[in-house]
Design a protein around this ligand. Sequence first.
Ligand code: HEM
Length: 530
Amino acid sequence: MELLDGLDVPLLPALLSALAISLTICYVLFFSRAGKGLPPGPRGWPVLGNLPQLGGKTHQTLHEMSKLYGPVLRLRFGSSVVVVAGSAGAAEQFLRTNDAKFSNRPPNSGGEHMAYNYQDVVFGPYGPRWRAMRKVCAVNLFSARALDDLRGFREREASLMVKSLADAAAASGAGPVVALGKAANVCTTNALSRAAVGRRVFAAAGGEGAREFKEIVLEVMEVGGVLNVGDFVPALRWLDPQGVVARMKKLHRRFDDMMNGIIAEREGGCGMAPGEDGKEKDLLGLLLGMMQEEKSLTGGEEDDKITHTDIKALVLNLFVAGTETTSTIVEWAVAELIRHPDLLQQAQEELDAVVGRARVVSEADLPRLPFFTAVIKETFRLHPSTPLSLPRMASEECFVAGYRIPKGTELLVNIWGIARDPALWPDPLEFRPSRFLAGGSHADVDLKGADFGLIPFGAGRRICAGLSWGLRMVTITAATLVHAFDWELPAGQTPDKLNMEEAFSLLLQRAMPLMVHPVRRLLPSAYEIV
Ligand code: HEM
């Protein structure tokens, strides 16, 4: 009271008000900074966290969990904190608003043991070297000009695919059954390998080298898709309980030996690809040329010349990220059309009107195929090749939807779940290409990372580097198949009962490969491909 005695009485309420205001400001500042705290999520197991709850089809499990816990879901994989973006709004906040903070990928055994200790584009740290390597790819493979220059490879491989299927098919009626995904994979892999290293991986008479290349590419994709428990539980890393690291190391040695052989062969020549006309310059030739000229990658002072390791890591990336991703979509697209005969007929009528029946599709035809383009978009929506995208990692703390996301948190974006959100997509499980046509509900939506309801290639700084190639390759391959053949299912199967179940690894493949009888539908001259 003595203290108050000295105070001028009108001052007291003023002081109390000031105190109350200060406390309110502190409270508001504190809680707006901390938001609602960490995002919600299910309790996990000791040590393993939520890993045992993921099941075989992780994207589906996470989709269900997001419905329960909300669009920003928190999990624990071993010792790693993981958040899952399960709505377009959440994806936009991570990949647009906070993209700079999520432009690195978390460490993992694939990056370490296969991708030359993160010296590649997919796993490499965000920075000048990563940017420079992406630019090299963009300029020489994926720019509009490079894409046009390399168009011949894609069209040629699509024609060769038609020829091999036509040889298998009967002139009328059903011939032998073929695995459509495999045929598409030969096409997409060969087109890319010709552009990247000047040779076909799957050559009919390719000899030992081609066989080795093919085996390695397939196994890298398989082992890269395994969720390695040792990545999340450091105590188990040395044990390598699934044998994943041992396989990766062995595979890496094989890939490295093979690439050393290809490079040595090339360095003995002039750095040019042994293309059919002897003039084609592939990416490998260009990169080796840059290395010989000791070109700086970043234009900086430091020692940043391109090395053999950079080249090998990049070639590995292209094959792993750019072949199966592409052919899988083609297989899903044809399966959806077989399941919907009315849509297949509409697609074939459009193709016939634009291309005719005397030749196969060329890339110049593609801009005049709005319905077929919509079919491809709808396939990317329902069957995105990488349903959980590729993981990112928070390089600093940030706040998303009011939740605190600590530094080091891993981010998964459920591309698959977002594209099935009924709030965004009417009848989301229906295969309905017309939604992308003029006058449809999503006429202006594209796949290039601007519309967060549909981001099969991811978004932001680390959006798929091969988006433009992937889109073109998928469209020309699928259009060629749909135009050149009718597809009959093996005896006992009917279109309406076609099995559309998903298998899960890192890639969204069909649980049951699509087996079909191709039946020719063009004039005989269209199949005379030399
Ligand atoms: C058509 C099918 C394809 C799909 C659906 C697809 C999807 C993706 C996705 C979702 C990512 C992660 C993006 C992110 O973190 O936001 C990615 C990254 C990447 N993709 Fe693709 N991709 C496809 C084809 C290709 C092709 C044809 C190539 C190359 C020839 C390629 C090369 C890459 C590379 C190098 C990255 C890593 C980019 C980085 O980290 O900077 N992809 N892709």
